[in-house]
Each structure stands twice: as C-alpha cells, then as structure tokens.
Design a protein around this ligand. Structure first.
Ligand code: IPM
Ligand code: MG
Length: 354
C-alpha cells in the first residue's frame, strides 16, 4: 500500500515525538511492505517564525491533498504575543480540513494502572467524541474592547446531528452506551443539543442513551469512570473533560486522538501539548504519538494489523518495566522508541513462525 502523509512536527516537543512516529512508520514499511511518502510542512510557531503565520497556505494545501495528516504539538510562551498565536493555526487547520469528529480513547494499561489516581483503573475504557469545528471556538460575534469581551456559542441542528450520529455509530461497535454531556439546564445551545440527540437516539434502539450535565459529568469521570462507553459532547466541554479524563491513564503522555471529516483526510495528534518545559531534552513520552500513528494506520488506511502491532509493542515494553520519566521510569524518548521498534520487529518474526 502507498500513502501520502503530511507531517506537521510543530513546536516544543513536537519534533521529538514526530521523529519517533517516523521511525515507527519506517518499521511498518519494512515489516509489512508498505510505502509511506512523508511530507514535512511548517506549522504553528515554527511557521510564524518562517512565514509570519501559523498555517501557511502551502501547508493547508498539502494537508488537503494528503491521505492523512500527522501532527506533533503547537504553541509555547515564545509566541504568546504573536499577532496570530500558534493555536489559531490548529483551529484553522481543523476547520480547513472539516474534521468535526474528534475521537479520544481513554483506557489504562495494566502496567501503569498504579499511576492512576483511581483504584482498579485498568477497567476504564471509554471514548470521548468531541465536536471539533463548531461551538464557542468558532461562533461569531467574537470581539474584545478594553471594557467588554464577547464569545458566542452557536450550534446548528446539522452539526449536532452529525457528531451525535458519529457517536452512536461508534457505540454500536462497542458496549452500546452513549453519554451525551451538555448544560441543558442553562444553555440554549445545550437544549437544542439534547433535543437533536434524542431524535438521533431513536434511530439506534439497540444503543442506550443517557444525558449528563457537564458539572456532574466532571465529577462522575473521577467517581465512576467505568460507567462510560462513548461520551459525546460539544467543543469546549470536550476539551476540558478530555484533559480531565487523560489523568485517569496515569499520564497525559499516553493518549492519542483522531479527527475525522465527512470527506477527505483525517488528522491524528496526541492530546498533550507542546510541553515547552521539557522540549529538546529527549524526555517526552512518545506513547501518545505512537498510538496516534496506530490509529492512523487502522482508521485511515485500514491497516489494523499494523496498528495493533504498534499498540502491542508499547504494552510489551511497558510490561517489561521500561518507561519515560512521566511514568516514573528513566527511559528517554529515543530509548523508549527504540525498544518499541525492536519489539515490533521481534513480534513480527514470531508471528511469521520464524
Ligand atoms: C486540544 C487543545 C486545543 C484545543 C488548543 C491547543 C487550541 O487544547 O486539542 O485539546 O483547545 O482544542
Ligand atoms: Mg485541550
């Protein structure tokens, strides 16, 4: 199989995890006979330095023409006062690709369950489906004077319908439960959200639907996260709750994400940020990025076996006690990646009966 992947390393630890991702892709090429054309493009703060804007037109054009986009991380204090911040580039990229469905799986590795603030954490297994191209991030008016600032939270019926339908489709393939999170006791947008969610649910009688208010959901994520299978929620709630949920896994450095459009390439990125405090120190945990690669292989290219090989290798290395500092270990980004690659190779040889 031949695929074209645009690689946006971005800022902070982005280039370090992108290097790990590329090595994993090279290993997949070698072990399974595929070919990936990797095209690097400037994005985020790096693009502000080079072109004066975080998402230069050629970067967006390349992404739109790709089979999938792999992103490291953007942002950092250096660009805090830039005319356009690196984060704005990420929002424009999401909108430009139309990736409305952000999928953030949360599960806990047996080997790292003791790092979770939760008891019996390995039973946690849910997916946050976050609406990614609407809501308060993108609605107008959005304005600020010295005295008053305004953000607007708008949702259209069709935006709610497509993200909630996505969540139900996903739940059908899992434990058949959707938890829709809103603030319908206060917000008009949430009232529409809830109404449309009910309508969509009627088309999936085999899937259970529950509604939770966002404040109660924040509590339940800590109190009883095992109750969740598929969570669906609007953009800002999803941003906040997915960071909260990531702590259950023991480290923010573990969790990947995929963002899908109705048509066109998907975007894959770790849910963690650019971590400027550890950038360039060979310290960052590459797992979230390697898992994002695994999601890309499975979800965009249908290469499930290859994606699972990466996942399995990560679990094997963790079980052997090797991990990076965020998980209490002393492996570096490069040494941990090397162990994962070696394990992929060994597991492939065993699989072929050699
Ligand atoms: C995320 C990030 C972004 C978001 C920022 C960097 C704009 O926090 O992907 O969760 O809020 O969506
Ligand atoms: Mg976030």
């Amino acid at each position: 199989m031949e695929k074209r992947i645009v690689c946006l390393a971005g800022d902070g630890v982005g280039p370090e995890i992108m290097a790990s991702a590329k090595q994993a892709l090279e290993m997949v090429e070698r072990l399974y006979g595929h070919h990936f054309y990797l095209q690097d493009e400037l994005f985020g703060g790096a693009a502000i330095d080079g072109f004066g804007q975080p998402l230069p037109p050629r970067t967006l054009t390349a992404c739109l023409a790709s089979d999938a986009v792999l992103l490291g991380a953007v942002g950092g204090p250096y660009w805090d006062h830039a005319k356009e911040r690196p984060e704005q580039g990420l929002l424009t990229l999401r909108k430009g690709l139309g990736v409305f469905a952000n999928v953030r799986p949360v599960s806990v590795e047996e080997a790292t369950a003791h790092l979770s603030p939760l008891k019996a954490a390995e039973e946690v297994d849910f997916v946050v489906v976050r609406e990614l191209t609407g809501g308060i991030y993108f609605s107008f008016p959005k304005e600020r004077t010295e005295e008053v600032a305004t953000d607007t939270l708008t949702y259209h019926r069709r935006e709610v319908e497509r993200i909630v339908s996505y969540a139900f489709q996903l739940a059908k393939k899992r434990r058949k439960k959707v938890t829709s999170i809103d603030k319908a006791n206060v917000l008009e947008s949430s009232k529409l959200w809830r109404q449309v969610t009910e309508e969509v649910a009627a088309r999936y009688p085999e899937v259970e639907l529950e509604h939770l208010l966002v404040d109660a959901a924040a509590m339940e994520l800590i109190r009883n996260p095992r109750r969740f299978d598929v969570i669906v929620t609007e953009n800002l709630f999803g941003d906040i709750l997915s960071d909260e949920a990531s702590v259950l896994a023991g480290s923010l450095g573990m969790l990947p994400s995929a963002s899908h459009a109705e048509n066109g390439p998907s975007l894959y990125e770790p849910i963690h940020g650019s971590a400027p405090d550890i950038a360039g120190k060979n310290k960052v945990n590459p797992i979230a990025m390697l898992r994002s690669v695994a999601m890309m292989l499975g979800q965009s290219f249908g290469l499930r076996k290859e994606g699972e090989a990466i996942e399995e290798a990560i679990s094997t290395v963790l079980r052997s006690g090797k991990c990076t500092a965020d998980l209490g270990g002393n492996e570096t980004t490069t040494s941990f990646t090397k162990y994962v690659l070696q394990t992929m190779e060994e597991q492939a040889l065993v699989g072929r009966g050699r």
